[in-house]
Design a protein. Structure first.
Length: 369
């Protein structure tokens, strides 16, 4: 294959306030700082990747890209995805493994995969493996912590009527009885054929997580997500040994090796790699296949617009999480069919950017050449 070169890079940031109030046990979703990186290549292909934060750190990601990562890309062949990822990772090793570096790496890596899929005229999910043509879909948009039991019931029933196959409910109210009341109300309303996921957002100490897991017994929960800080591997081991409810982790991990530790120690039942926080598609796919080798399901966090393609690429992805993020700056929409997310059929990431909207909202536009 004839080599091509990266000639120019454009970096932009757009802030997207959430369409509804989003709170959980430890934080509020302030705004989605969306950083986009566009590669202009010698073969005429223009490819875009992106990353995000939920309110802080976006300008730091932009600075890391503009000052350190993007200059290393000029003149490189975009086909050398693995070599570029490794080079950038070790070039920033003083700040890795960590959130800001991984978020910046994702911006580059998703752009490289967008170029590769466009160049080969293939949808990303097919290029990466093409394991399944649709993936079950659950929603988180109606399960935030500030909602009352009646509001949760109303929104869960609406999701069920819309064809969703499950819904996530945030947990971590001040007293365990409040969480139980909220979950019981939803379970009684939706019946046994609708999955209920729960998410503690790392908010519990060990004793409280054990108490709440015991209190949730009998509610047929699909999982408890992030009961502890991600650093507490043994806490997850202990909880998993004492509850029948599956334990899900991953949105706060930034490298495949961290997932390996959990899998080797039996500290989780489900892994939830976030393509932005793990550093891009390259490490995400490795993590998914590593989980497959442990017979563990992948149910990624957030970013449905790209995760639908990654989930469709691998055989052990069980769910896509529905939280619309990019509607204000894209013209494409997630295709939903009978409660399943359907991956895009067009070449590339399958995200159609609305450049007019982006340019009208962008906080910066930096060019590196």
């Amino acid at each position: 294959m004839t080599e091509t070169r990266i000639d120019r890079i454009t970096i932009r940031q757009v802030n997207l306030p959430p369409p509804v109030e989003r709170t959980d046990a430890i934080q509020a979703f302030v705004t989605q700082e969306t950083v986009l990186l566009t590669l202009h290549c010698g073969d005429g292909v223009v490819a875009t990747g992106y990353t995000y934060t939920i309110g802080t750190g976006g300008s730091s990601v932009v600075a890391l890209l503009a000052d350190h990562l993007a200059p290393r890309l000029i003149g490189r062949d975009p086909a050398h995805v693995e070599a570029i990822w490794k080079d950038l990772f070790f070039a920033t090793h003083a700040t890795a493994v960590g959130a800001i570096t991984s978020l910046a790496l994702c911006c580059v890596d998703t752009a490289l995969w967008d170029w590769r899929a466009r160049k080969q005229a293939m949808p990303l999910w097919v290029l990466l493996g093409g394991a399944q043509a649709r993936v079950p879909l659950y929603t988180t948009e109606g399960g935030w912590l500030q909602l009352s039991p009646s509001e949760l019931v109303e929104q869960s029933l609406a999701a069920q009527a819309d064809g969703f196959r499950g819904a996530k409910i945030k947990i971590g109210r001040p007293h365990v009885s409040e969480d139980v009341a909220r979950l019981q109300a939803v379970r009684e309303a939706v019946g046994p054929g609708f999955d209920i996921m729960t998410d503690a957002n790392q908010g519990f100490a060990r004793h409280e997580a054990l108490r709440r897991a015991a209190a949730f017994d009998g509610l047929d929960l699909a999982w408890i997500e992030e009961p502890f800080p991600a650093e507490d591997v043994q806490g997850h081991v202990q909880l998993r040994a004492q509850t029948s409810i599956p334990i899900a982790v991953g949105e706060s991990m930034y490298h495949p090796m961290q997932f390996r530790t959990y899998l080797e120690q039996g500290a989780c039942s489900i892994v939830q790699p976030d393509v932005a926080r793990i550093g891009g598609i390259t490490p995400w796919i490795k993590t998914a296949h590593m989980a497959e080798a442990f017979n563990v399901a992948v149910c990624p966090h957030f970013l449905m617009e790209i995760h639908v393609s990654l989930c469709a690429a691998v055989p052990n992805a069980s769910w896509v999480e529905y939280i619309p993020q990019l509607d204000r700056i894209t013209t494409s929409r997630l295709e939903i069919d009978d409660g399943y997310a359907v991956p895009p059929s067009q070449p590339g990431l399958g995200i159609e950017w609305d450049w007019g909207a982006i340019q009208s909202m962008q906080l910066c536009e930096l060019v590196v050449n």
